[in-house]
Design a protein around this ligand. Structure first.
Ligand code: FAD
Length: 415
């Protein structure tokens, strides 16, 4: 049965949900407060990485965060604030930074990431979409023995869970990336990871869904949600009252504010990250994460992108130049022949990752409101998990068995 569906938030999660819902014959509208052309879904590193098996909330993260709290150029920063939602989130995050959280998360992370890779390849092929998609793997480059040891453990875990990964020595790094000097003593290499150029991919998907009849209302906010009998009865937009059968909340880090209006508490904090683009000379071909400074390097279509920092702070549009410089300086230290100009540094972009306390997405029906589905909280992995999330959302709407087990993503889980 065709339903009328409203998707609130048109980032990659909203767009992928729209893709599958419209494919299944539903009448889909996306509403976005901004232009559907900026933020995390545009500035990200483009990795589709099942190899990222460790969630943000893992042992040692709090201690590292405390150490870095007073270093304004550190890669992970938690701004201390007297804000009730933040303090609640911080307690839950602290509780989740455990080995149990890690071991409970590995399989669900891999399942949704692999599902998403497969689905994205199908979407590209079936619809003849031209966006850049590459399968060169991902190197985790280390400068210290301590980091190498840590990466080795992750590789072992990844292999035990069926992923294709191994450790590389200096010579093997050189073989993968022969045309550019790299200052690293070794790396973990995840063959299973793929990468894309985000702007191309999201624009292709956006165009495609519009052609298929999905309506996109941009720069518009819902002013009122009318609730009757545990359901959203209607919404008000631009002085009009509109009714839908189902509401998908996929407004990234802003979803918690929407949930609050609906009387639901969704623990979510913004994790700001930056990215800098540099036109490409094609010397660098393999994506890499610089392990100690936690920066990502992605050879995209026509340019190379450097990204990083996880700044959990109040939501603002400030670009902290010292953090942008820290990313660029780290890149220049690992790749001594790369130089990032002041102009490129000044053009840095930013986005907010939606961070749940355990670093795992929320995907599922709200327990308070029958016709509301939540799809957010993907933190550093929203690009990797986007198509899988969209497919699952459509399966929930259609009351079908989901492609993978989604218990771990329950949006009503307690912390
Ligand atoms: C620097 C950086 C690098 C990253 N690299 C990677 C990577 O390599 N791989 C990976 O998997 N992930 C990566 N991520 C994470 C990934 O980008 C995010 O998890 C993902 O983009 C989140 O998508 P989203 O659709 O949930 O949210 P968003 O992209 O934030 O979209 C939310 C949308 O909701 C809209 N909105 C806000 N408020 C409202 C409202 N009230 N009503 C309606 N609409 C509203 C916004 O305008 C926006 O369009 C990275 C993130 C950053 C910042």
């Amino acid at each position: 049965m065709s339903k009328k569906i409203l998707i609130v938030g048109g980032g990659i999660i909203g767009i992928c949900s729209a893709y599958y819902l419209s494919k299944n014959g539903h009448d889909v509208t996306i509403i976005d407060k901004y232009g559907m052309n900026s933020g995390a879904s545009y500035v990200n590193a483009g990795y589709l990485s099942p190899g990222h098996i460790i969630p943000l909330a893992s042992p040692g993260v709090i201690q590292q965060g405390l150490k870095w709290m007073f270093d304004s150029s550190s890669p992970f920063y938690v701004e201390p604030r007297l804000n009730y939602d933040f303090i609640k989130w911080l307690f839950a995050f602290n509780k989740s930074c455990s080995s149990i959280n890690v071991s409970n998360s590995i399989v669900p992370i891999i399942n949704i990431s692999l599902l998403s890779q497969d689905l994205l390849k199908d979407i590209k092929q079936e619809n003849n979409l031209k966006f850049h998609y590459d399968q060169k793997g991902l190197m985790m480059l280390c400068k210290s023995e301590k980091s190498l040891e840590k990466e080795n453990k992750v590789v072992d875990l990844a292999v035990q869970n069926g992923l294709n990964a191994k450790m590389l020595n200096r010579q093997e790094i050189k073989e993968i990336e022969p045309n550019i000097e790299i200052d690293s003593i070794g790396a973990a290499y995840f063959y299973c990871d793929h990468h894309t150029t985000p702007g191309e991919m999201i624009n292709d998907l956006k165009e495609y869904i519009k052609k298929k009849g999905v309506k996109c209302i941009t720069n518009t906010e819902i002013t009122e949600y009318k609730l009757i009998n545990n359901k959203i009865e209607s919404i008000s937009v631009l002085n009009k009252e509109l009714k839908f059968d189902e509401y998908i909340l996929s407004a990234g880090t802003w979803t918690s504010k929407i949930c609050k209006k609906l009387g639901t508490n969704l623990l979510l904090q913004p994790g700001k990250g930056y990215s800098i683009n540099k036109s490409s000379d094609n010397l660098l071909t393999c994506p890499a994460i610089l392990v100690e400074p936690k920066c990502a390097i992605t050879p995209m279509n026509g340019f190379t992108r450097f990204s990083g920092t996880m700044e959990i702070s109040s939501m603002n549009n400030k670009i902290r130049k010292n953090r942008v410089n820290a990313i660029c300086d780290a890149v220049e230290s690992f790749y001594p022949t790369i130089s990032i100009s002041e102009k490129d540094r000044n053009n840095a972009g930013f986005g907010f990752r939606p961070i749940s306390p355990d670093g795992i997405p929320y995907i599922g029906r709200s327990e308070n409101l029958e016709n509301v589905i939540i799809a957010t909280g993907h933190a550093m992995m929203g690009w990797s998990m986007s198509t899988g999330t969209g497919k699952i959302v459509s399966e929930i709407v259609d009351d079908k068995k989901t492609s993978i087990n989604i218990d771990r993503f329950n949006p009503n889980r307690k912390f």
